[in-house]
Design a protein around this ligand. Structure first.
Ligand code: APR
Length: 245
């Protein structure tokens, strides 16, 4: 049934979370933490306050995550969304992920709500640039590392991601809201749906009359049109094949 909805749809939106990258070997945001940081909740590390209080701890956590992302590759779930974008007249990919795997897979119409992990932003002059990856940290992370400094002004660098309590990129939610209001089908893939404002997009789509389909191994939290239970890397390729093959 979902395949038929996608085949007939002129406008599809997809909202993804960390779960779609789980099959690329990346821990989900609320999934297992490395022992070095297991005493911290991720939500407490991904904040301006944590970085101000202990920049070396937060920077080390991000450098570990960057090393993991740098060796990760897009999985069949990411690739299926590239094929979906090619098959549907208007397909908008809204992601909470910061790992860059959708773009690496070939998706182009992307709204990145929470920024980009592999880019730095200067806390002084605001300049953005690709970050430095220390590959060895993936398997042998350090608990503390002094943040890199801006080559232009010397101020500390920070990851170019949206921390808790910070505003989303200019226009991102407006574009995402417009896409889910206009779509006939919204696929909600690999997200716990607990972080706002991203979590407001599925209810917004439903209110606008879209069919909301959840792809997740865990049961969906509330009434959705359909829940496809399982991993994105299994479900999405089969769904797109059934819809457009
Ligand atoms: N396929 C699909 N979904 C999966 C898979 C998989 N293979 N493995 C796990 N999941 C699901 C989990 O059941 C869970 O619902 O992915 C979801 C991951 O949830 P979170 O770890 O909370 O990640 P996410 O929903 O993306 O978090 C949202 O919170 O703090 C912010 O910036 C952070 O973007 C993140 C946001």
């Amino acid at each position: 049934m979902v395949a038929a909805w996608l085949r007939r749809a002129r406008r599809v939106a997809v909202l993804t979370g960390a779960g779609i990258s789980a099959d690329s070997g990346l821990p989900t945001f609320r999934g297992a933490q490395h022992a070095l940081w297991s005493r911290f909740r991720p939500e407490s590390l991904a904040t301006p306050e944590a970085f101000a209080h202990d920049p070396a701890l937060v920077w080390a956590w991000y450098q570990w995550r960057r090393a993991l992302v740098a060796r990760a590759r897009p999985n069949p779930g990411h690739t299926a969304l590239v094929e979906l974008e090619a098959a549907v007249p208007v397909c908008t990919l809204i992601t909470q992920n910061v790992d860059g795997l959708h773009r690496a897979a070939g998706s182009r119409n992307i709204i990145a709500l929470h920024g980009e992990l592999l880019r730095d932003r200067c806390t002084g002059c605001g300049r953005e640039s690709p970050c430095t990856i220390v590959a060895s940290l993936a398997d042998a992370p350090c608990e503390r590392l002094e943040p890199d400094r801006c080559p232009a002004c010397g101020a500390r660098l920070r990851p170019a991601v949206v921390w808790f309590g910070e505003p989303l990129p200019e226009g991102a939610m407006a574009a995402a809201s417009a896409a889910v209001r206009a779509c006939e089908v919204l696929l909600v893939v690999g997200t716990s749906g607990v972080v706002y404002p991203a979590a407001s997009l599925a209810p917004l789509a439903r209110t606008a009359g879209a069919r909301v389909v959840v792809v997740n191994p865990e049961p969906a939290p509330d009434d959705v049109a359909r829940q496809l239970t399982g991993s994105a890397a299994d479900i999405l390729p089969a769904l797109v094949r059934r819809a457009f093959a």
